[in-house]
Write a protein that binds this ligand. Structure first.
Ligand code: PLP
Length: 420
């Protein structure tokens, strides 16, 4: 016997992977420079030199130790390093005992969903959304409830999330900077979201967890990406080095559950600074604040049940050494400029991305799949929005060389002319 749900999942084509495979075949046929492949989110910036150096240093360790199992949740040293960088970057104290090292954000998400849901529960996602959310939610036996983002700017529609929350809602997943729209959620909207979820928790007498999927946290263009636990206590942050350090194939990231005393510390005063300015849920008296201990135990249990224990050991060492490395976003910023200028001159409508490396462009006909098929005739590989749960848009991944963008403009022009 075979599990029919898994069989269906294995046979179900991923639109993005299919398009990427088509691009490889087409490049082999007509030449690399003739195909404009905007399908995949594979970083085009190499990992920083410090990563190579960290790998080299790690190789000096005795082989048995280096390649051996680590504790299921990661080595104490890497968890301390992650907690330190959260404090340095966001001014929030988190215990290393609330950090769990994961094989990328994907494993973090699967663990977080399994940890805070029971079969039959509902999990809210904001459409358009990363297609794997639905896979993880349904694999946990839950129902994926799609709530559209705001139509004009693809920001969170907090009223709609509030209205969609039922006594069965056990989690809400948000993703900022967003794949595919590039939207970044600011402090105001996160505060409203926190208020809305607390309101529903109180009304239903339930617990609702907020899962914040953050693989693009570092890839932003001059805007702040607030630390979500500041606005809602029951937050689980899923982070990854796939994009920030260009390490998608190495499968390394972490998951963080805020602990009982998440002090906001004055960044200017460094690690020894005094707690200051209690905001959001931090104004609650200490005794009624959740301490995250049960969530973390459930995270360890879910990691065990799913087989996501001991994230890649070599890259735990690398993260330990490179945790404060800044991300290089200059090339993505230049690509974003090149692409948006070129497409707006040609009359395309798009959402101005504040982060990540995707451009969300309105298809020139209502059927995004038909539009993407037409684009293919011009050797443009664009991902139709249907795979992200909405109709009428396409995603352009601009994590490519600037030449691909520059050379693709005549093809975008010819495509637009077909619709005149
Ligand atoms: N979440 C979003 C929104 C993504 O775009 C991706 C990958 O592209 C992931 C999660 C998974 O990332 P990782 O490589 O860290 O597993």
């Amino acid at each position: 016997m075979i599990n029919q749900r898994m069989l269906a999942l294995g046979n179900e084509p991923s639109a993005i992977r299919e398009l990427f495979a088509y691009g490889l075949a087409r490049k082999a046929e007509i030449g690399d420079d003739k195909v404009f492949d905007f399908s995949l989110g594979n970083p085009s910036i190499p990992a920083p030199d410090s990563v190579r150096q960290a790998i080299a240093e790690a190789l000096d360790e005795p082989a048995c130790a280096l390649h051996g199992y680590t504790p299921a949740q990661g080595t104490p040293a890497v968890r301390q390093a992650v907690a330190r960088t959260i404090l340095r970057r966001h001014g929030f104290e988190v215990s290393p005992d609330r950090i769990y090292m994961t094989a990328g954000a994907a494993a973090g998400l699967a663990i977080a969903i399994a940890a805070v849901t029971d079969p039959g529960d509902e999990v809210i996602v904001v459409a358009p959304y990363f297609p794997e959310y639905k896979v993880f939610i349904e694999s946990a036996g839950c129902t994926c409830i799609e709530v559209p983002a705001r139509a004009d700017d693809f920001q969170l529609d907090v009223n709609a999330i509030h209205a969609a929350t039922t006594p069965k809602t056990s989690a809400v997943i948000i993703n900022s900077p967003n794949n595919p729209t590039g939207a970044v959620y600011g402090r105001e909207v996160l505060k409203d979201l926190g208020d809305a979820l607390r309101d529903k928790e109180e009304a239903y007498g339930t617990q609702i967890h907020l899962i914040s999927d953050e693989p693009y946290r570092e890839i932003v263009y001059g805007v702040e990406v607030p630390w979500v636990p500041e606005f809602y206590a029951r937050t689980i942050v899923c982070y990854s080095y796939s994009k920030s350090l260009s390490l998608p194939g190495e499968r390394i990231g972490w998951l963080c559950v805020p602990d009982g005393i998440p002090k906001k510390v004055n960044k200017d005063a460094g690690a020894t600074g005094q707690p200051y300015e209690r905001v959001g849920w931090l104004v609650l008296p200490e005794e009624v604040r959740p301490d995250g201990a049960e969530e973390y135990a459930a995270v360890c249990g879910a990691g065990r049940a799913l087989g996501f224990v001991c994230a890649p050991a070599l890259f735990q060492r690398v993260v330990e050494r490179c945790v404060d490395e800044p991300s290089d976003v200059a090339a993505y910023a230049a690509n974003r400029e090149l692409l948006t200028c070129g497409l707006s001159e040609l009359g395309y409508e798009y959402v101005e991305p504040q982060g990540a490396f995707y451009l969300w462009v309105r298809a020139l006909e209502p059927d995004a799949q038909a539009f993407a098929e037409r684009a293919k005739k011009h050797e443009l590989l664009l991902v139709p929005s249907d795979s992200f749960g909405v109709k009428g848009w396409v995603r352009i991944g601009y994590c490519v060389s600037s030449d691909v963008i520059r050379n693709s403009m005549p093809a975008f022009k010819a495509l637009a002319e077909e619709y005149k």
